[in-house]
Design a protein around this ligand. Sequence first.
Ligand code: SIN
Ligand code: FE2
Length: 217
Amino acid sequence: MTASLFDEPPQPLRTPLLLEPGAMVLPGFAQDRAPALLQAVAGIAARAPFRHLVTPGGLRMSVAMTHCGTLGWVSDRSGYRYSPVDPHTGQPWPAMPGCFAELAHQAAAAAGYAAFAPDACLINRYAPGARMSLHQDRDEHDMAHPIVSVSLGLPASFLWGGAARADKARRIPLLHGDVVVWGGPVRLHFHGVQPLAEGTHPLAGACRINLTFRRAG
Ligand code: SIN
Ligand code: FE2
C-alpha cells in the first residue's frame, strides 16, 4: 500500500516566497549546479581550511568557516572585519570561482537586485548541532548591495527576524539548492540558523554548507 498523503512530512514550499519587501526565498535555484559548487568548495578548503572562529567575546563558533574572493571575514578578540589575507595561511583568499559569482548575480537579479557583483563569499559548514545565533550582516562597506545566501547539503531551519534583535523571528525551512536574497529595506534584518539536525546528505555527507555572497569592499 502506498503511504497516504497525510503520512508525508510537511512539504516546504517550492515556489518563490517573498518574506517581506526586499527579502525572497528562491527554492531550488542552485540545485542543478550544486555538485559543481560543492566540488569548488572542496578546492577552496584545500587551500584555505575550514576553521572555527573565536568571537570578540572569546566564544568558539560552532560553525566552521572559510572564504573566497578578494575579501574574507575574520574575527578575533579585537573584533570582526574583512581582510584580503587569510590569517591562517598568510596568503590571499582563494579566488571566487566563476560559477559562484554567476550564481550570486543571477539569484540577486531574480530577486530584483540587478548588477550584483560580489567580492566576498563566506563559506559556512554546519555539522549536526551547529547553529548561528541571531545577528546582522553589518561589516560591509556599502549596505546598498544585497546578501545572497545559498544552502547545500542537509536541511536547516533559517530564522528570519526583524530590524531589532527582539523582533519575533519566522522559521523558514531551507533545503539543498535553496537561495535566500535580502537587501534594500531589510538589508540589516536579524537572521540566524537553528541547530542542525542529524542526517546524511547524498552529495554533502553529514553537513550543511552555506555560501553567503556579499559586496564587502
Ligand atoms: C549567515 O547568516 O551568515 C549564514 C546563514 C545560513 O547559514 O543560512
Ligand atoms: Fe548572516
